[in-house]
Design a binder for this molecule. Structure first.
Ligand code: URA
Length: 211
């Protein structure tokens, strides 16, 4: 088995917007807009190896064969609730994609993931799944979501987050070594409450203004 792959999305635009997003006094609307913009930029990275096929078209000057992607073969899998903050930007770039949802909450005592919702499109065997969750913290939700997703047999799986903790990355790849992770940063560590530090706080609360 080859080594697990982590793609660090180091593009200056992503890094700049991530810095703004981390700032504690940022408003809910500004946080939401920045996450939207970053997700569009990260969609560009995560779809880099997407298969294309040649179709016949005509330019104003002549006929040619030119590549297109089959967006319908992509399924964005949102880990609720913060994952939905990543979705709209991704859909702007791949509008034909299908969307699946996994509902997991974090048991505050054990920090373990508990499932309350799971809905995927039909014919997952023909689709490439891109799992979305801004924060790869303990890794518990990511591990559980990908485990459930694998039961539907997608053609491939990728995982996209904004921030990862080293502990979460290690736990995730211990269980799913073949799933590449795309992240804009790997922060220092988790704190005692399972938050990423320095991090950006609770992504769901900041996205939805619930705190
Ligand atoms: N979830 C968050 O929203 N933030 C963290 O730092 C960890 C998990």
């Amino acid at each position: 088995m080859p080594d697990p792959v982590v793609h660090l999305v180091s593009h200056p635009l992503v890094q700049h917007k991530l810095t703004l997003l981390r700032q504690k006094d940022r408003s809910t609307s500004s946080f939401r807009r920045l996450l939207h913009e970053i997700s569009m930029l990260m969609a560009y990275e995560v779809t880099r190896e997407m298969p294309t096929q040649l179709i016949d078209i005509e330019t104003p000057l002549e006929a040619m064969r030119s590549p297109v992607i089959d967006g319908k073969k992509t399924v964005f899998v949102v880990i609720m609730r913060a994952g939905s903050g990543f979705l709209d930007g991704m859909l702007e770039v791949v509008p034909g994609a299908r969307v699946g949802h996994v509902g997991l909450y974090r048991d505050p005592r054990t920090l373990g993931a508990v499932e309350y919702y799971f809905k995927m499109p039909q014919a997952m065997q023909e689709r490439d799944a891109i799992v979305l969750d801004p924060m790869l913290a303990t890794g518990n939700s990511a591990v559980a979501a990908v485990e459930r997703l694998k039961e539907t047999g997608p053609r491939s799986i990728r995982f996209v987050c904004l921030l990862a903790a080293p502990e979460g990355l290690a736990r995730f790849h211990a269980r799913h070594p073949e799933v590449p992770v795309y992240t804009a940063a790997i922060d220092r560590q988790l704190n005692d409450h399972g938050y990423i530090v320095p991090g950006l706080g609770d992504a769901g609360d900041r996205l939805f203004g619930t705190k």
